[in-house]
Design a protein around this ligand. Structure first.
Ligand SMILES: Nc1ncnc2c1ncn2[C@@H]1O[C@H](COP(=O)(O)OP(=O)(O)OP(=O)(O)O)[C@@H](O)[C@H]1O
Length: 610
């Protein structure tokens, strides 16, 4: 029956969208059910036990009826004709079988579901992390996260509970109606005429209540967002003295939450009264009519008891169907969303660590040959237009240009995050597709602008560059990256936890860790996305020195924001709106009157001196 969740504190339980159950969706579910295959023996056994326990469950009203009739000295039926003791003991034996069978069916269903779900979870996660970048630029992380958690939990519920419950209730309903008809066809018909109407009404009403309860949850979620936003930006709230504004906003929202919840409570009250009056009224009506049949000798008291119990079984089964069906629909929706990920085309990257060795060495020559590129998600904007340049092994190439001119996009293309629509990127003179993806990415390292560390220790974060590196290797790399000093100053040294995303470290420290990580990786080609956030001059010197060490002996592509740092570059590429407008050394470009580089350079010099 529609269980009304009106408690407005239940915000975490977001309703998942439902899907239509049709042939197509069942086919999809079928694909997921193939995950049960390895455990099918246990699954079939669990189904069988479920069947047995449900059938056995139907026997109890008969035992009760037989006991009551036996107490009055009447014979209930030819199958249960013994005395009280015989019937009681038989009932207990059956109960024992029921308990035994129930235990195994529950355990087996959960075992199968847990194992199958872990397989689906693992495959979904593996698929996710090997999907191309383009997939991620079109989706939000939160949404993907919810597929792994909420959607898969829904599928898990479907396998462990919903499916079993549906089968059980179906058996109880069909069996119950059959047995009701055997006991008294008159009573059964009168009951069946009433029950479906009552249940349909209850379901519709329940759905309405659920809608209100969802509104209350959404409103509460809104007010939680206010708390989150204000706490995250507490400095802003205080600096603008907007405490009163935020308090009013929050209070207003809370009032709405209460209003909706109270409105819902009224409907819930009506619903509860309805259930009490109609459903229990029906039972009383049946007993009333049944009692008159008993008084006319058309029925025994045992039969009436049996009848009432079967009627409750049937009503409960009928009432549970809408919710079970809704859960099934949600599971179908969840399966479709999970399958969408599983059916995506992954990058040719192996998830086995053994396949991660470099098969084809790249010495560091890098060329772009007439590269044209637009992001697949935004085909109308050409981001790179006929880009060509060469960098020989060991050279430093700087890319400069205004914001949005396509510098980071070039880095993304080198890393093969995206592929040009025309033109080629060559490594050592060979087109990128002559190498495996793993070979290229293993020999290209990037030190990004915004260094994102994982929540582990400093050691683990540096080791991310080469998982097999020893502690000594890590320390050596940290020393070269000018990071050893500050790491050793922490009481826990290399075992210091960096906090979520590395928040416990300063920008300059995070960058030096990223440099140590890149050093450990020992790439042939290095991409430096220069930090725009200004470090103080001491950390900037430390970072710059570390970068010099890192660049030694490798091809470096420097995405430069501060032109003062790239004077020594072998080649400077000036990019403007995706087109290379100038190329040359610092001196050559400075000599170019009216050139963009000279203009940008002068602009930065002026702002530095002022
Ligand atoms: N994932 C993406 N999907 C669609 N468009 C994108 C994506 N990433 C960047 N762009 C667009 O491509 C263009 C070039 O962006 P890019 O990040 O390469 O510029 P940039 O020169 O590195 O800029 P900045 O100096 O500000 O970092 C911009 O117009 C940007 O809006």
């Amino acid at each position: 029956m529609a269980r009304a969740r009106l408690n407005s504190g239940n915000a975490s339980e977001k309703e998942l969208p439902k899907a239509k159950i049709n042939r197509e969706s069942l086919k999809n579910i079928g694909k997921l059910i193939s995950y049960i295959k390895p455990y099918r023996g246990r699954f079939i056994a669990a189904l069988l036990f479920l069947f047995v326990s449900s059938i056995v469950g139907l026997a109890f009203p008969s035992f009760l009826g037989a006991l009551i009739d036996a107490a009055q000295g009447k014979t209930h039926s030819k199958y249960l004709s013994g005395g009280l003791t015989v019937i009681g003991l038989t009932a207990f034996s059956v109960l024992f079988v029921q308990a035994f069978v129930s235990y195994f069916r529950v355990v087996w269903f959960v075992q199968v579901a847990e194992k199958a779900l872990a397989d689906i979870r693992r495959d979904t996660y593996f698929k996710l992390i090997t999907l191309p970048m383009n997939f991620f630029s079109n989706r939000r992380v939160g949404e993907l996260n919810s597929r792994i958690s909420a959607d898969l939990s829904q599928i898990q519920d479907a396998i462990t509970t919903t499916l079993a419950e549906m089968i059980r209730q179906l058996i109880l309903m069909v069996g119950g109606v059959t047995l009701l008809a055997i006991v008294s066809i008159k009573l059964t018909l009168s009951l069946l005429a009433l029950l479906p109407f009552l249940i349909a009404f209850a379901v519709v009403f329940g759905r309405f209540i659920r809608k209100i309860s969802r509104q209350a949850q959404d409103k509460l979620a809104d007010s939680n967002t206010i708390v989150e936003e204000t706490l995250q930006g507490i400095a802003n709230v205080k600096a603008f003295v907007n405490e009163a504004y935020e308090a009013k906003r929050y209070n207003g929202n809370l009032r709405e939450v209460v209003n909706i919840a109270v409105k819902g409570a009224r409907f819930r009250g009506i619903f509860a009264s309805f259930i009490v009056f109609c459903l229990f009224g029906t039972i009383i009506g049946v007993i009333w009519y049944g009692s008159s049949l008993v008084s006319h000798g058309e029925m025994t008291v045992g039969d009436l008891t049996k009848f009432v119990l079967y009627a409750i079984f049937v009503a409960a089964a009928m009432g549970s169907f809408p919710e079970l069906y809704a859960n099934m629909q949600k599971a179908v929706g969840a399966s479709e969303r999970v399958l969408e990920i599983l059916n995506e085309n992954a990058e040719p990257v192996s998830i086995n660590a053994e396949d991660n060795i470099i098969k084809q060495k790249i010495s560091g020559n890098l060329s772009f040959n007439n590269v044209n590129f637009f992001y697949p998600s935004r085909p109308e904007i050409t981001v790179l237009n006929s880009i060509s340049f060469d960098a020989t092994a060991g050279q430093k190439v700087a890319i400069v240009g205004p914001s949005g001119s396509g510098k980071s996009t070039m880095a993304a293309l080198i890393l093969q995050f995206y592929y040009p629509q025309s033109g080629t990127i060559l490594f050592d003179g060979k087109p990128a597709n002559a190498y495996t993806l793993t070979d290229i990415r293993n020999q290209v390292a990037i030190v990004p602008q915004d260094v994102l560390l994982f929540g582990g220790t400093i050691l683990e974060n540096i080791q991310y560059g080469a998982l097999s590196a020893s502690r000594e290797d890590v320390i050596q790399a940290a020393k070269q990256a000018n990071a050893h000093q500050f790491i050793s100053n922490f009481p826990e040294g290399y075992d210091t936890l960096v906090g979520e995303r590395g928040v416990k470290l300063s920008g300059g420290q995070r960058q030096r860790i990223a440099i140590a990580r890149a050093l450990l990786k020992n790439p042939s080609i290095l991409i430096l996305d220069e930090a725009t956030s200004s470090l103080d001059s001491e950390s900037e010197r430390l970072v710059q020195d570390a970068l010099e060490v890192l660049m030694k002996g490798r091809t470096s592509v420097i995405i430069a924001h501060r032109l003062s740092t790239i004077r020594e570059a072998d080649k400077i590429i000036v990019l403007d709106k995706g087109i290379i407008t100038e190329t040359g050394t610092h001196e050559e470009l400075m000599a170019h009157d009216g050139g963009l580089y000279r203009y940008l350079s002068q602009l930065q010099l002026e702002s530095a001196t002022s």
